[in-house]
Write a protein that binds this ligand. Structure first.
Ligand code: FAS
Ligand code: PHB
Length: 394
C-alpha cells in the first residue's frame, strides 16, 4: 500500500534546478517535496559547469546560499579566445559597462543548495526508483515512486520537471503535445580536473587545427581543462600523459610552457548537443533546466539557463500562491523560451566558431576564421559576444 503524501509543488530532480526552486518556494512558505533518482553522494560527485552569470549569483543569494560562493568564488573580468596562435582578450567589464562572471563549480552550487535544504528539514527523497508522473491534465497531478522498498504517492497542485535531459517528466508528455528541436554535434568534450595551478588566471577558449580546447579552473590550485574529442572516444585511450601532451600542443606558444601537469582527479567525456522542447508546460507540469533544453557548454550557458528558468517559474508560483495571480504560470513557457533560444543561438554560434568540424568544407573553415578576424577588429562584435557571455537580462 503506498504512503500518501500531499504538497503544493512536487519537484522531480535534485540537481541545481530542482534544489534552487525548492529553496525559493520554501522561502515564501510554499510547500514542496523533492524526488531524486540518484543518491545525494552521486549527485554531488558530478563535475559540470564552472561559470556563473551575475543573475545566477543573485538568485543563489535570494535562496540564501550565496555565502560560500562569495567567499570562494573567483570574480572574472574577462577571458581569452585563441585561434591557432592568435590571442584575443575580451574585457568583459569594459565591453558591458561593468558586468563580470563568477567562477564557482556547479558541484559547489549543488552542495550549498542541498546543505541548505537539509538544514531547512524539507522533504527530499534520494534514491527514488520507478518514478512516474500522471494525472497531469487534472487539478491534482500525481508522482509515484519507491524508496527503500516502500511505495509513495504524492498528490500535488503542480509538478516541476527538473529531472534533466534523460528524465521522466518530458518523456511523460504525449508526443503530439510537444515539439523538439535538436542539433547533435559530431564531437564531444573530454574534461579533466587536476589539483594544479591554472595555465593562466582567466579562461582561455581555443580553436586549433587538432580541435577545440578550454582552460578553466575551480580555484587558484585546481584546474579544469577540456579537449574536443571524437564523439565515440573511449576514455581508456586517454591516459593523463596523452591528455597533457595534446592540450599542450594546442595551446598558443606564448603560454604552453606555463602548463603545469598533474594526476587527474576526474576525467569524463560529455556529448554536445543543442536541444529545446516546446512548450515547457503540459497541464499542471512545468519543465525547467536540462529537462527542457540543452546547450553545448561552449558558452557556459547550461547551468545559467536553468537558473533563469527557475527565476521565472518560482516567481510565477509565488504570484499564484501569494496573490492568486496565475499570469506568470500562463506565460512561463513563452517567457522562458525567449531567453532560452537566445542562449541557444549564442552557444551554437560560439561552438561553430571554435570547433573543428570533420565534415566542414574549406568554405566553412574560412568563415570560422573570418568570424574570429571580425571579432579581433570590431569592438561592436566584441560587445555582442560579451553581453551574451555575461548573460542577457531576465
Ligand atoms: P541536472 O541534469 O543537473 O539534474 C537533474 C537531476 O534529475 C539529476 O540529479 C538526475 O539524477 C535527476 N533525475 C533524472 N531522472 C530522474 C527521475 N526519473 N526521477 C528523479 N530524478 C531524476 N553546463 C555549463 O554551463 N558548463 C559545463 O561545462 C557543463 N558541462 C556539462 C557536462 C555534462 C556531462 C552534462 C550532462 C551537463 C553539463 N553542463 C554544463 C550542463 C549542466 O551544467 C546543466 O545545465 C545543469 O546540470 C542543469 O541542471 P538541472 O536542470 O538541475 O539538470
Ligand atoms: C568549466 O569550468 O567547467 C567551464 C567553463 C566555461 C565553459 C564550460 C565549462 O564554457
Amino acid at each position: 500500500m503506498p504512503k500518501l503524501l500531499k504538497t503544493q509543488v512536487a519537484i522531480i530532480g535534485a540537481g541545481p534546478s530542482g534544489l534552487l526552486l525548492g529553496q525559493l518556494l520554501a522561502k515564501h512558505g510554499i510547500e514542496n517535496i523533492v524526488v531524486e533518482r540518484q543518491s545525494k553522494e552521486y549527485v554531488l560527485s558530478r563535475i559540470r559547469a564552472g561559470v556563473l552569470e551575475q543573475g545566477t549569483v543573485g538568485l543563489l543569494d535570494e535562496a540564501g546560499v550565496g555565502e560560500r560562493l562569495h567567499r570562494e568564488g573567483l570574480i572574472h573580468h574577462g577571458f581569452d579566445i585563441a585561434f591557432h596562435d592568435h590571442h584575443l582578450h575580451l574585457h568583459l567589464e569594459q565591453l558591458t559597462q561593468g558586468k563580470y562572471v563568477t567562477v564557482y563549480g556547479q558541484t559547489e552550487v549543488t552542495k550549498d543548495l542541498s546543505d541548505a535544504r537539509q538544514a531547512s528539514h524539507l522533504d527530499t527523497f534520494y534514491e527514488a526508483s520507478h518514478v512516474q508522473v500522471s494525472e497531469l491534465l487534472t487539478k491534482k497531478p500525481l508522482v509515484q515512486f519507491e524508496q527503500d522498498h516502500q511505495a509513495y504517492q504524492i498528490e500535488a497542485d503542480y509538478i516541476a520537471g527538473c529531472d534533466g535531459y534523460h528524465g521522466v517528466c518530458r518523456a511523460s508528455i504525449p508526443r503530439e503535445s510537444i515539439e523538439e528541436f535538436e542539433r547533435v554535434y559530431p564531437f564531444g568534450w573530454l574534461g579533466i580536473l587536476s589539483d594544479t595551478p591554472p595555465v593562466q588566471e582567466e579562461l582561455l577558449y581555443g580553436n586549433h587545427p587538432n580541435g577545440f580546447y578550454l582552460c578553466s579552473m575551480r580555484s587558484h590550485t585546481r584546474s579544469r581543462y577540456y579537449l574536443q574529442c571524437s564523439v565515440d572516444e573511449d576514455i581508456a585511450n586517454w591516459p593523463d600523459e596523452r591528455f597533457w601532451d595534446q592540450l599542450q600542443s594546442r595551446l598558443p606558444s606564448s603560454i604552453s610552457a606555463n602548463l603545469v601537469r598533474g594526476p587527474s582527479i576526474e576525467k569524463s567525456i560529455a556529448p554536445l548537443r543543442s536541444f529545446v522542447a516546446e512548450p515547457l508546460r503540459y497541464g499542471q507540469m512545468f519543465l525547467a533546466g536540462d529537462a527542457g533544453h540543452i546547450v553545448p557548454p561552449t558558452g557556459a550557458k547550461g547551468l545559467n539557463l536553468a537558473a533563469s528558468d527557475i527565476y521565472y517559474l518560482s516567481n510565477a508560483l509565488i504570484d499564484f500562491y501569494r496573490q492568486s495571480n496565475p499570469k506568470g504560470l500562463e506565460s512561463y513557457s513563452r517567457t522562458a523560451l525567449q531567453r532560452i533560444w537566445k542562449a541557444e543561438r549564442f552557444s551554437w554560434w560560439l561552438t561553430n566558431m571554435l570547433h573543428q568540424f570533420p565534415e566542414k568544407s574549406g568554405f566553412d573553415q574560412r568563415i570560422a576564421q573570418a568570424e574570429f578576424d571580425y571579432l579581433c577588429q570590431s569592438e561592436l562584435a566584441q560587445k555582442a559576444l560579451a553581453e551574451n557571455y555575461v548573460g542577457l537580462p531576465y
